[in-house]
Design a protein around this ligand. Sequence first.
Ligand SMILES: Cc1cc2nc3c(=O)[nH]c(=O)nc-3n(C[C@H](O)[C@H](O)[C@H](O)COP(=O)(O)O)c2cc1C
Length: 216
Amino acid sequence: MNNGTTQQLLNALQWRYATKVFDATKKIPADVWQTLERALVLTPTSYGLQPYKFLVINDPAKRAELLPHSWNQKQVVDASHFVVFTARTKMTGADVSKLIQRTSDIRKIPAESLNFYRDLMLGDIVNGPRGKTAHEWATRQTYIALGNLMTCAAVLGVDTCPMEGLNPAEYDRVLDLNYSGYATVVACALGYRAANDKYAGLPKVRYEATELVQQV
Ligand SMILES: Cc1cc2nc3c(=O)[nH]c(=O)nc-3n(C[C@H](O)[C@H](O)[C@H](O)COP(=O)(O)O)c2cc1C
């Protein structure tokens, strides 16, 4: 990477902010959105298990229904795109088998050659001690996707607002997620900042790198 691109990356991270007011008239172009969806899909996860689904809420009526369950944050209805991150409520043998089959298909290797890998996953996140907290684990994976999405969006000049200010149980109800095996974790509004969003001009509040990053 040359200095040009490192500076561009830092500029993008400095430029981005949790957008409070979106310009409801500006839509993310289809090709840019496709790229962001691809970035979501390319997110790395523990074991590669991808224990999540990303719900892109295109229906304005659904967004309006979600608004009161989002602390009335208008980003939900004004942003060009709105993504709800959901995580598996538990991990099962079927989740493991699905990944083994997918790996076997894509890499053109026998599924049996992955038995060690299968047993490792089953003995950990399904039947092992971590199986009991698999939803917590899956939730952490969704945050990796959220971070990835926000950074990629910033690089492409797209504004975002990550949103934990929502009622997950109400989201699950509105989005019909109960009994789906997935539960709402967090959301992200994406689009373009409105000219009158005063938050855009505020200096970033971060601790010194010497405090947050320690060289050991
Ligand atoms: C997981 C997460 C949840 C957040 N939830 C909300 C939210 O519901 N509403 C909001 O306006 N900002 C929300 N924020 C934005 C943070 O307050 C903001 O990212 C932080 O103060 C740093 O500021 P900056 O992103 O503008 O640089 C959230 C941020 C993260 C990472």
